[in-house]
Design a protein around this ligand. Structure first.
Ligand SMILES: [Zn+2]
Length: 378
């Protein structure tokens, strides 16, 4: 993937969608046509229909009739630790393994992965780009084994792609914020240009729900960052954690609109009445006008910051319309959804599990089993 340095320039022979062909009420085809896009500072400044006169003197690149679509964003990925790019490794059965078993396994794996983690992160970025994703939010391990090395390596990989890939970083205490005693490392990470404070199962891993969540929020408040927590717990721990986080956000103005709960398996075990009650909490339904994501982060340099903001500007409408606490589940990983929106989509999942992690989790939850950890390990 290459970034065009010219500005302005023309991107000619681009196919754009114009509308639909209908047979009565049924859409039977998409209407498209070719255009030349006039691009200024990374934004579409004008559309010129094929055959019309083009502004003189601008460099022209040709898309050869390819369809232009909005970029895709991978909003939950771990670029810092991946087997991708290395020798094939068959998945191993994880039945009966607890999250503590997985942490112990990772303590062995991390030293093996670190020497090649920059190259592997770059490989994963190239894979994302090849499928159309140019924006991501990556969690990054902050743990006693790798220290800040995972973050340092991720930053090297991202620096090499600062022209063609935009990525927010979540400092992620994968081995438990309290359990692995990484409060100090997390605070150091905040000074290294991360955008969000991560968290992990405050009861099952840290063994102290309120203390763990308070510590996570305090780091965020001290650094002026947002929060994006991995919550794999179901009931009662996960439900209690969600309630506690909502309580905290509702009474802490600085956190409003800046908290994302990733996975949130607990929602799958609530009764319809409990779901309705949770969905009715103001944090999930109030709208909050807040700044561009990451606007408070320290820019590495003004030009890079300006580029990043230009790329994210198109998202502003969505940022303004975000709930105080957003949910991100694998099934709907592309964006933070309000609880009502998330639930309305979940409601369309067939009652009989067919395929996919999320459906299996729901089935497991219904049968009173904890979802397998393997599904949460990301
Ligand atoms: Zn994850």
């Amino acid at each position: 993937m290459t970034a065009l340095k010219d500005s302005p320039y023309l991107l000619a022979d681009v196919r754009l969608e114009e509308g639909f062909e209908k047979d009565g009420d049924v859409i039977v085809a998409t209407r498209t046509a070719l255009y030349a896009l006039e691009i200024k500072y990374g934004r579409i400044a004008a559309l010129h229909a094929a055959g019309s006169a083009l502004p003189a003197g601008l460099p022209i690149y040709r898309a050869n009739g390819r369809l232009a679509l909005p970029t895709m964003r991978d909003m939950h990925i771990h670029l810092d630790k991946t087997f991708y790019g290395g020798p094939w490794r068959a998945p191993r059965p994880r039945q009966g393994k607890t999250i503590m078993d997985m942490i112990a396994l990772e303590e062995k794996l991390l030293p093996q992965l670190l020497p090649t983690s920059v190259e592997r992160a770059e490989g994963l970025i190239a894979l994302l780009q090849s499928k159309g994703s140019t924006v991501a939010r990556s969690h990054c391990n902050i743990d006693p084994v790798s220290g800040l090395k995972s973050l340092e390596h991720l930053k090297i990989a991202l620096e090499r792609h600062r022209q063609d890939f935009v990525c927010e970083i979540v400092a992620f205490p994968q081995h438990g914020l309290l359990h692995s005693k990484v409060d100090g490392l997390m605070r150091e990470a905040m000074q290294m240009g991360v955008d969000y404070v991560g968290g992990l199962d405050p009861t099952n891993v840290d063994g102290a729900m309120e203390k763990s969540l308070d510590a996570m929020f305090q780091i965020a408040l001290d650094a002026g960052k947002g929060v994006d927590i991995h919550l794999h717990e179901t009931s009662p721990a996960g439900v209690a954690a969600i309630d506690y986080m909502i309580d905290t956000v509702e009474k802490t103005p600085a956190l409003k609109g800046k908290v994302t709960i990733s996975h949130a398996f607990a929602l799958t075990v609530l009764s319809p009445e409990q779901l309705e009650e949770t969905a009715g909490r103001p944090a999930f339904s109030e709208r909050h006008d807040h700044r561009l994501d990451g606007a408070d982060r320290r820019p590495d340099d003004a030009a890079a910051e300006a580029r990043r903001k230009r790329r994210l500007r198109h998202d502003r409408h969505r940022q303004r319309d975000r709930p105080l606490v957003a949910l991100r589940q694998r099934r709907h990983a592309g964006k933070g959804l309000s609880l009502r929106a998330a639930l309305s989509r979940v409601g369309r999942v067939p009652a009989v599990p067919v395929a996919g992690h999320f459906d299996r989790r729901r089935a497991a939850a219904r049968q009173g089993r904890q979802p397998r950890l393997a599904e949460g390990w990301r």
